[in-house]
Design a protein around this ligand. Structure first.
Ligand code: SAH
Length: 235
């Protein structure tokens, strides 16, 4: 067994194709956790794999997207599974000039937040964050992908101030979990890699919600295929 790989995903719909194809087994809920995170485990290409989902909100009946549950999910999965590598796989928005729908974006640059604005000395940099990624070209050998900055916030829309921050940070993938997962990985000194598939263009008229819903299946399929090919390249 060469590596223990933890894959953190926010939405069940994004994860289903991968869980099925890797034939991962659902784990029993950890009784120590309140409203546990659905976890699936197995082996693939000589590596031990765990997929851990953010889970469903008991109050609202939807996936617990966003940073809070991504961070709780990641820390508890680290404690349970002791991974060597953490991948945050999911969907994202992107500028239409940077990437097409369903294209894969990963990163060799730190992950940042685009909606943590604290203009106080020291706190400004802490709030924005800069959480390292561990990109290896060998993992993506023969696999189409773009390299750019992944930028995280807790909204699906993009008000002008967020757009400015995304632009200033040269953000390519705009999404809602990555910096939180990367921060938890960094806390424990574990290698971190984002893999995102584009569901929507953040610079065109049709609103993000409509685009997201239209493209979620296509992007999730592409995400699943890519993730499996990347996992096969990891030794
Ligand atoms: N309305 C959807 C929920 C989409 S929320 C539904 O009902 O199924 C967006 C999720 O996809 C988050 O987990 C986020 O990481 C990702 N995402 C995709 N496109 C995004 C964008 N343009 N901005 C922010 N997050 C995005």
């Amino acid at each position: 067994m060469s590596k223990r790989i933890l894959i953190i995903m926010a939405m069940a719909a994004e994860a289903r194709p991968i869980i099925d194809q890797l034939r991962l087994q659902a784990l029993p809920a950890n009784p120590q956790l309140q409203s546990p995170f659905p976890r699936f485990q197995g082996e693939f290409a000589g590596n031990a794999i765990m997929i851990s989902l953010n889970g469903t909100s008991s109050e609202y009946g939807v996936d617990r997207i966003g940073t809070e549950f991504a961070a709780l999910n990641t820390q508890s999965a680290i404690v349970e599974f002791a991974p060597d590598l953490i991948i945050n796989a999911g969907t994202c928005g992107a500028f239409s000039t940077d990437a097409d729908i369903a294209e894969i974006i990963t990163s060799d640059q730190p992950v940042v937040y685009h909606d943590h604005r604290v203009p106080l000395a020291g706190f400004d940099r802490f709030a924005m964050g800069a959480y390292p990624t561990a990109y290896c070209p060998e993992y993506f050998q023969g696999i189409g992908h773009k390299l750019g900055v992944v930028t995280t916030g807790n909204s699906l829309d993009m008000p002008e101030i967020d757009r400015q921050w995304v632009r200033q940070n040269h953000g390519m993938a705009k999404e809602m979990e990555c910096a939180a997962v990367a921060a938890a990985a960094h806390l424990y000194g574990i290698d971190f890699l984002p893999i995102k598939s584009v569901t929507d263009h953040i610079d065109i008229e049709l609103n993000n919600v409509e685009q997201f819903l239209n493209n979620l299946n296509k992007a999730s399929q592409k995400l699943g295929e890519t993730l499996i090919r990347v996992l096969a390249n990891i030794r």
